[in-house]
Design a protein around this ligand. Structure first.
Ligand SMILES: [Zn+2]
Length: 349
């Protein structure tokens, strides 16, 4: 823990270190950036450094004292983490937080209240929080963690000091995975697929995502070419794997996006699946670019539908038929979606 273990985010960390050293900590920070890049880690490192009993000469936390160990374990009484309950952070949670921060810190020098993700705050809860942000009581720092400012009241945003977090560079993620004992080529492939999210990279590293990807792609394109019966069979199989369904569609989405980027640029240099550069280049060369961009949209739409209440089997079947239409010229589609335009024509029309 501590700032020393943070991957990337040099500017954000430098800014927070400066505030710590000068003892000019903002009353409220808004950490903005994509999920999984390490916002909560940085917030925790800040809370740790501010409360460490034996801080290092550069102001970072020692990582070993009682206070540091409590922060790491999530049991420090002055470092509070507020997360959604049943999908939202409600006004009751903010009221409880306000009571808590009205008191002196129990054992630390400064109390920290992390709200993650801040977009989960209901409007009522944000209004309640606003009062606390307007009337700071005692040595408390709020850290709101959010993907973007949309969904937050402008009045809340304006009372926070914004700190922006970008994606973590792939090379850093790959090095981190390698240090954890993962072979270099596998680490590079996982880092590319994680698209700047350390959290995603670690989650991917714990599974068999590359093997699952290869198994899925090894069957998908032959099934699309074989015909409707093979498509239904594969779609039903994918849909039955409830646990792996989201991952399968994520993999498919990334693969289609890679094919499109490769087709447009003429090389797979910017693809996430760069470990399969040869396969990408070969497939992109024979697939129609227009069909690929529609394929990306179709997979994204199916992914989104499944996050709602869409029927997995029907969604997967419809998706595979659409992909067959778009990507297999012999299926009757010319790769320009022309066949789909007639898809809903009335019989006899
Ligand atoms: Zn310490």
């Amino acid at each position: 823990m501590g700032f020393a273990g943070i991957l990337g985010h040099e500017r954000a960390v430098a800014l927070l270190r400066l505030a710590l050293r000068a003892d000019r900590m903002a009353h409220a920070y808004l950490f903005l950036g994509p999920p999984g890049v390490g916002k909560r880690r940085v917030a925790t490192a800040l809370a740790q450094a501010a409360n460490c009993l034996r801080p290092l000469p550069d102001g970072d936390a020692c990582g070993a004292c009682a206070a540091c160990r409590k922060v790491t374990a999530g049991v420090h009484p002055d470092v509070l983490l507020v997360t959604p309950e049943e999908g939202a952070v409600r006004i009751e949670q903010v009221r409880a937080l306000r009571e808590e921060v009205a008191r002196r810190p129990y054992e630390g020098r400064r109390r920290f209240a992390l709200v993650d993700p801040a977009e989960a705050l209901t409007e009522q809860a944000q209004n309640a929080l606003l009062k606390t942000l307007e009337e700071p009581a005692g040595p408390t720092t709020f850290v709101l963690l959010a993907r973007q400012v949309g969904g937050l009241l402008p009045t809340v945003v304006s009372r926070c000091q914004g700190v922006t977090f970008g994606p973590v560079p792939e090379t850093l993620i790959a090095r981190h995975l390698t240090a954890g004992g993962i072979a270099a080529d596998r680490a590079a492939a996982l880092a590319a697929l994680a698209r700047g999210s350390v959290g995603d990279a670690l989650a991917l590293a714990g599974g068999a995502v590359l093997e699952n990807r290869d198994a899925l792609l090894g069957r998908l394109f032959p099934a699309l070419e074989q015909g409707p019966a093979a498509c239904v069979e594969l779609a039903d199989e994918i849909a039955r794997e409830r646990e792996g369904l989201g991952e399968a569609l994520d993999l498919l989405l990334t693969w289609c996006r890679d094919l499109l980027v490769t087709a447009v640029l003429g090389h797979p240099g910017l693809a996430a699946n760069r470990d399969r550069a040869d396969a990408l280049a070969a497939a992109a060369a024979r697939l129609p670019a227009k069909g690929l961009s529609e394929a990306v949209a179709a997979v994204a739409a199916a992914r989104e539908a499944l996050e709602g209440y869409a029927n997995p089997r029907l969604t997967c079947e419809a998706l595979l038929f659409t992909l067959r239409d778009l990507l297999v010229p012999a299926a009757g589609g010319d790769g320009h979606g022309s066949r789909r335009e007639g898809q809903f024509r009335r019989p006899g029309a």
